[in-house]
Ligand binder design. Sequence first.
Ligand code: HEC
Ligand code: HEC
Ligand code: HEC
Ligand code: HEC
Length: 139
Amino acid sequence: MKKIIACSFVSLCMLLGTVIFTLAAGNTGPADITLDEGGKKPAQFTHKNHQDRLKCGECHHQMTADGKQSPYVEGQEIKKCVTCHNSTVLAGRMKDKLALDTFKGAGHGNCLECHKAKKDEPAIKDKKIDKCENCHPKK
Ligand code: HEC
Ligand code: HEC
Ligand code: HEC
Ligand code: HEC
């Protein structure tokens, strides 16, 4: 009997530990995401793999009251890209030739720009991460 009580106590502590750890680590979102605004080219995204390699602020950011981009802050609320990157909030905003008032513009400006910059790194050269099919798999 003593053994069983001791055992359940240990399991309970472990369970509590996991809960507390998860809460402290904050919400990191889904491991894999299909980015899909209902168009013809949804994009596949390995969120967890990217989190393991990059800082949250490489992709997530905030907006100031006067509509400028402001940097990611640890623990901030994370909103979907299209809550800002739509034709109302960021109407007419551009970066180079990309329309930032669309999900495509935000996605290509973030994802594709980095993939183009890193595609020739020796360890990943063979993966051709700049190709359309890397993110938009053929059906
Ligand atoms: C690194 C990832 C990535 C690569 C590579 C990429 N895209 Fe995208 N693309 C995205 C993301 C993210 C979106 C936003 C998803 C959405 O609009 O549903 C998007 C959106 C789009 C859209 C509009 C979405 C729709 O459903 O109509 C088109 C068209 C598109 N991409 C074409 C291309 C073409 C053509 C290439 C190759 C030259 C390419 N993309 C390469 C990530 C990528
Ligand atoms: C390489 C880019 C990238 C990195 C790095 C990244 N994220 Fe994300 N994250 C995204 C994208 C894109 C989405 C999907 C947003 C959407 O659906 O509009 C997302 C979604 C999320 C969501 C869910 C938001 C929602 O309402 O659906 C959370 C939470 C989140 N990320 C937290 C984090 C945290 C915390 C980190 C750092 C540990 C991180 N992300 C790192 C790109 C990234
Ligand atoms: C709270 C609002 C908001 C959210 C949510 C948001 N953005 Fe932005 N983003 C902005 C603003 C504001 C700018 C600056 C626009 C300008 O320069 O005119 C910007 C600029 C950008 C740019 C161009 C500048 C740069 O950093 O390269 C990219 C690319 C971008 N966002 C991608 C994303 C992606 C991807 C997501 C989702 C993971 C996202 N944004 C979520 C508000 C937001
Ligand atoms: C700051 C750089 C950077 C950003 C931003 C970025 N990626 Fe990547 N991504 C990489 C690198 C580097 C790899 C190759 C990793 C490897 O194989 O070691 C990769 C790999 C991938 C892969 C192949 C599967 C995997 O996990 O290896 C997909 C799919 C992908 N990225 C989609 C996206 C999408 C969609 C976005 C935007 C929401 C995005 N990436 C944003 C750097 C980035």
